[in-house]
Design a protein around this ligand. Structure first.
Ligand SMILES: [Ca+2]
Ligand SMILES: [Ca+2]
Ligand SMILES: [Ca+2]
Length: 306
């Protein structure tokens, strides 16, 4: 994902918070102690992700969700390599109503907690966001929330009451690293977390929310394929795109993709071979259509050909 596109979605606003766990080499041990001290029995569910698919320094291998009797939930994100605390770390996004058609563009998640690295002369820390339309907005963390770092893990700790979750309510979650080519767990869509074993996920109604699409100014060379960048947000993670390329008011090409997985964590692109002898300013539009046939608005960007 390119930085420019990301800026509009991940708010850069920094919020103050009160971590119960400082950023230190012993943070994980403290998390464990904390949890042990807070309540009695804990139950843990592990979601795995392949190693080696990250393509970045952070390669997720698993996500553990551990529940305490008192309603605390620990999210432990585990990595194949060592965590570099200077860099922005993983984000955990939660679809609390288990409805991909409500909430943010990250598969309909309502809450996101993310680790922001130690760059820019400040300490690394966790930040909390709540969905605001398709986007997220910084939120004030509750008392008693926490986060921790280990050589191979980043942990977040939140309570069911803060998340508005009933004691046995399930939720969906997705974890993603912050990178141009991020690793996500799962690779497509969200994990279905069900604290009551065997309980089926809720039935979804008709998808009535169209995708949202952004297009990014691109450059091309006559006679060469040009990359037309765009970014699709669709709660259910499947859409097809129609890309139309114009010179002035004249349409010069149309590209249609099949219905396929679209990740909100990646910028996608279509390739168009620029005709020989073409030059100057072109424009292109992108429309995204989800599996139910809901159509996005048109997104426009320029294609400058040298
Ligand atoms: Ca991985
Ligand atoms: Ca939702
Ligand atoms: Ca939809």
């Amino acid at each position: 994902m390119n930085g420019a596109s990301h800026t509009g979605f991940i708010p850069l606003r920094r919020l103050r918070h009160l971590p119960i766990i400082a950023s230190s080499a012993f943070a994980c041990a403290l998390v464990a102690l904390c949890l042990t001290g807070l309540g009695g029995a804990a139950t843990s569910t592990t979601f795995t992700d392949p190693a080696g698919d990250g393509g970045t320094w952070l390669d997720i291998t698993s996500v553990d969700v551990t529940e305490e009797d008192d309603g605390g939930i620990l999210f432990q994100v585990n990595f194949a390599g060592r965590v570099n605390w200077d860099e922005d770390g993983p984000r955990v996004a939660l679809d609390l109503d288990r409805n991909p058609d409500t909430g943010s563009g990250y598969y309909g998640t309502e809450v996101e907690v993310a680790f922001e690295g130690e760059g820019h002369a400040r300490e690394g820390r966790a930040v909390l966001y709540r969905a605001n339309g398709w986007d997220f907005r910084g939120a004030t963390p509750p008392e008693g929330w926490g986060w921790g770092l280990g050589p191979h893990e980043v942990d977040f700790f939140l309570s069911r009451s803060f998340l508005g979750l009933a004691p046995n309510a399930g939720f969906n979650l997705v974890v993603a690293t912050t990178a141009r080519n991020p690793d996500t767990a799962p690779n497509v869509g969200t994990f279905d977390y069900e604290p009551v074993p065997g309980a089926p996920p809720p039935q979804l109604g008709q998808d009535r929310r169209p995708p949202r699409v952004f297009a990014y100014d691109s450059r091309g060379t006559a006679g060469q394929p040009a990359k037309l960048d765009y970014w699709v947000l669709e709660g259910r993670g499947k859409a097809r795109q129609v890309i139309r390329i114009f010179k002035g008011h004249r349409r010069v090409a149309t590209i249609a993709t099949p219905l396929r997985n679209v990740s909100p964590f990646r910028v996608a692109h279509a390739r168009w071979r620029v005709p020989r002898g073409a030059h100057g300013h072109f424009r292109y539009s992108v429309r995204s259509i989800d599996a139910a046939g809901n159509k996005s608005r048109l997104a426009w960007a320029s294609l400058d050909v040298r």
